[in-house]
Write a protein of this length. Sequence first.
Length: 151
Amino acid sequence: MSANSVRPDDDMYTLKGRDLENYGFARVRDLAYDAVQELWRKRKIEGWTQVHLAANIDRDTGWLSRYLQGPGNWTFRTFGALVEGLQGVVEIRVRPAEDVSRSTWNESPYSGYVVDVDRRPPAPSSTPIPVDLFSPRKSKAVTTSELERSL
């Protein structure tokens, strides 16, 4: 790779040896866990229970509960069993890091779930905001510019 290449996360490439190996393992394991959790949430909405899933993969509910709590000791066997038990499909794709957009490389795990307040457009100054500045019994609509002036 040339010195001018842009990498998604240059700090990651300062890791060497076992540290890089551990980083890669944790990242892949966590991606697998998140994918299984997403499918598990969908199945629960459909009415599935841990008893149902455990029966599908011929495991006891204690084993299943442990592995659904976190990916601590997951193996490919665990991952495969859970995906098949949930009637899911795995798609694995590995791409060069430089081909991945910086904006998606370390995307927040909450993207899609939580509104990013910093990225929300500011309210227009003419938007009335109901504010009670003086008494809990009296309210009046105040524009954002009026509110800013009062501060």
